[in-house]
Write a protein that binds this ligand. Structure first.
Ligand code: TRP
Length: 452
């Protein structure tokens, strides 16, 4: 396929499921509950929802329109729409960040694979010390590197099959399966002894808990969860058809993404409250240390159920992670393929090999490279901090400014209304949010947090 003949997603449902596949990931099931747990529960959820609606959705529509209009990878997209300006740096920053995120994301993705194997082989038997199990695993250089390699290979296999045959087909199978598993787990969660306490924590806000740190975390989480700011959805949108309704697609993807995050909370918090002595603010180890405990203790009278529950949960994590690593991989692959006129396959190999190497370094930062820190963070935490709390909001702001202020209004209108063929009653609100609200809100939250 030449550079000019771009692939297209073949169906509307393919468009939604692929984009939702990118959005729904470890961000929803692993990062969201841990952020919510350490940031005061329901109060965080409330701020998070506001960030989704007033910042996330407008920026998502903007990424969609930039991608579909330019029909190019994210770096070239800005070059096409704003030739001779510095805007292409936003695109380049996106490619760079996608590369960075993929490198540490795949480490946690590797853990999910390991935990699936552990759950399936019943290694979580009674009396296991889960903290020890987790620490032994993450600090074991061979094991954690092996799972990084395996996960990158899984991602690679889908990517080299291409956009329609790989990404779209895969998402169409995986996403319904993922939604099914999560629904089953939610139903199970309601029957746990700690259900009402867990739901209270998730749904009853204590407004005094809303600090600027909570707001910044919620905003970062919203961008992360919706796959914004890295050119991911911009790249996917370059494969959208001309008749795709961008606003409606963004709304569907945002709704699915938020639903899955809330459902993950509904699964995890009742479970945590069902076992005395466990804490909701366990942070990143929540689903890897706390949950195996829960499966074990809460189901000790019904071990078969506990087994099924835990295997399903970790399979769910693997599926969610995989559709997201695919989208991150695609950003960089499309860039290398189109920018350097290499074949898609060659681009994919370059990304797989380099991200695997960097991923291994991140994985080792839990063990042998623990001491290698910068600003008190190891490589893994540094990548997470730089991307979720810095690059993502920053490029989210720039994308809003680009579509709100720089891009010709006619182009924006033509794209969101599909050349006037669909109505867009919220157009004025959309432009307002992009021009004023998003840049000012993001800037304020940012500065407030950084000057402290
Ligand atoms: N949104 C995904 C998640 O929730 C992660 C992800 C995929 C992502 N692509 C991205 C995050 C692009 C930021 C930017 O797990």
């Amino acid at each position: 396929m030449s550079v000019n003949e771009r692939a297209n997603f073949g169906s509307k449902i393919g468009v939604i499921l692929a984009s939702a596949g990118s959005a729904v990931g470890l961000g929803n099931i692993w990062r969201f509950p841990s952020e919510l747990g350490s940031n005061g529960g329901a109060a965080f959820l409330l701020v998070y929802l506001l960030c989704i609606v007033f910042l996330g959705l407008p920026v998502m529509v903007s990424e969609f329109l930039i991608g579909r209009r330019s029909q190019a990878n994210t770096a070239s997209a800005y070059q096409k729409l704003a030739p001779g300006t510095k805007w292409h740096l936003v695109g380049l920053m996106g490619v760079f960040s996608a590369f960075l995120i993929l490198s540490y994301y795949v480490v946690v993705a590797g853990w999910t694979l390991e935990y699936t194997v552990a759950a399936a082989t019943n290694s979580f038997s009674q009396g296991t010390d889960y903290t020890g199990f987790f620490n032994d695993f993450v600090s074991n250089p061979w094991k954690s590197s092996l799972y990084v390699i395996l996960f990158m290979l899984l991602t690679h296999v889908v990517i080299i099959r291409g956009v329609t045959e790989g990404i779209e087909k895969f998402s169409k199978v995986m996403m319904p399966l993922l939604l099914f598993i999560i629904c089953v787990l939610v139903i199970c969660a309601f029957s746990m002894p700690g259900a009402s306490e867990g739901l209270n924590f998730l749904l009853k806000p204590d407004f005094s808990k809303i600090t600027t740190k909570v707001v910044l975390s919620a905003m970062g989480q919203a961008f992360f969860s919706m796959s914004l700011g890295m050119g991911c959805l911009c790249t996917y949108a370059s494969y959208f058809g001309r008749d795709t309704n961008l606003l409606r697609t963004a709304a569907s993807v945002g709704a699915i993404d938020t639903m899955v995050a809330v459902m993950a909370g509904i699964i995890i918090f009742p479970a945590v409250y069902s076992v005395p002595g466990l804490s909701v603010d366990a942070g990143p180890s929540l689903v890897f240390v706390t949950l195996p405990n829960v499966f074990n203790i809460a189901f000790h009278n019904a071990p078969v159920l506990g087994y099924i529950f835990s295997v399903m949960f970790y399979v769910l994590l693997v599926l969610a992670a995989l559709t997201s690593t695919i989208s991150l991989h695609e950003v960089v692959t499309a860039y290398i393929h189109e920018r350097f006129k290499l074949t898609r396959k060659a681009g994919a190999y370059i990304v797989t090999v380099s991200c695997t190497l960097l991923g291994i370094l991140c994985a080792l930062s839990f063990g042998v490279l623990k001491g290698a820190t910068l600003f008190d963070m190891n490589l893994f935490d540094l990548f997470d901090f730089v991307s979720a709390k810095f690059l993502m909001p920053l490029s989210g702001m720039l994308i809003a400014i680009f579509t709100g202020w720089y891009l010709e209004r006619k182009i924006v209108r033509d794209e969101v209304t599909n050349y006037g063929t669909i109505r867009m009653p919220l157009f004025k609100l959309y432009i307002f949010l992009l021009k004023y609200f998003a840049p000012i809100a993001i800037m304020t939250i940012f500065v407030n947090e950084l000057v402290k």
